[in-house]
Design a protein around this ligand. Structure first.
Ligand code: 0O2
Length: 219
């Protein structure tokens, strides 16, 4: 390739990725508003922390290969919906579904797909509520709809997932059998902690719905 071709590609990539950053900004603002309003009106904060990331070019490349997607910006836009990602970590599982409901009910948020790994954990024990939404971003030449992947989970689920992610990368996906077993056990312990914390939370708030012994998918 010539230098000008490389520069043109770099410019095209910058134009391709920019709306995803704005998509993250839009959702972050929505989550920030919910969080502030809750703290103000209900004297309670359902959101522990929020993080966001733009998928790296290397990670996009890997997914293009994995999904056998044509290496064009149009095809990538269509096939890869987690280029913009936001993670919302809540104290309690009930808050995960509450924040999910509040976000997805907004008029300019279009839900494309939901994967409920809380109701249906992965075999390794991974739990999280994933939703791909589309939000409008208003650029100078008009609005574009941008997909954003929102991952919602509790602090306990997040603690487990961070460690599992590190171990998975450390062993390059080939995690020894014993460690895998221990990780799955730890996911069970994290789930027990969620149940206990939810019960304590209900007692403290004077919720009369009674003790929960296992957490339903939605409450
Ligand atoms: P990173 O670094 O987080 O970006 P799809 O896009 O639906 O066609 P995909 O990507 O398998 O297929 O979607 P899915 O199942 O919704 O999961 C994608 C993301 O969820 C992952 O992103 C992780 O962030 C998280 N995740 C899914 N399964 C696990 C798991 O077993 N352990 C941990 N720790 N995280 C998980 P990426 O793309 O892997 O990477």
């Amino acid at each position: 390739a010539t230098l000008s071709e490389v520069q043109a590609f770099r410019d095209d990539f910058a134009r391709f990725i920019m709306p995803y950053k704005f998509g993250i900004d839009e959702i972050s603002t929505k989550v920030g508003i919910l969080r502030e309003e809750f703290a103000e009106l209900h004297d309670y904060n359902p959101i522990e922390h929020i993080s966001s990331r733009l998928k790296s070019p290397e990670s996009i490349e890997q997914k293009v290969v994995r999904k056998n997607c044509e290496p064009s910006f149009d095809a990538i836009r269509e096939a890869i919906t987690d280029i913009a990602g936001i993670r919302i970590v809540c104290s309690f599982q009930s808050d995960v579904y509450r924040v999910f409901d509040l976000l997805t009910a907004q008029a300019d948020v279009r839900v494309l797909r939901v994967k409920d790994y809380i109701a249906h954990p992965k075999p390794n024990g991974y739990k999280s509520l994933h939703v791909i939404v589309e939000v409008p971003v208003f650029l100078s030449e008009g609005p574009v709809m941008v997909p954003v992947e929102i991952q919602l989970r509790t602090v306990a689920m997040d603690f487990w997932a961070s460690l599992e992610h590190k171990i998975y990368y450390k062993y390059d996906g080939e995690v020894p059998e014993g460690l895998l077993r221990d990780l799955t056990d730890a996911a069970g312990t994290a789930n027990q902690l969620d149940v206990t914390m939810e019960n304590l939370h209900r007692q403290v708030r004077g919720d009369d719905r009674g003790t929960v012994y296992s957490l339903p998918a939605s409450n």
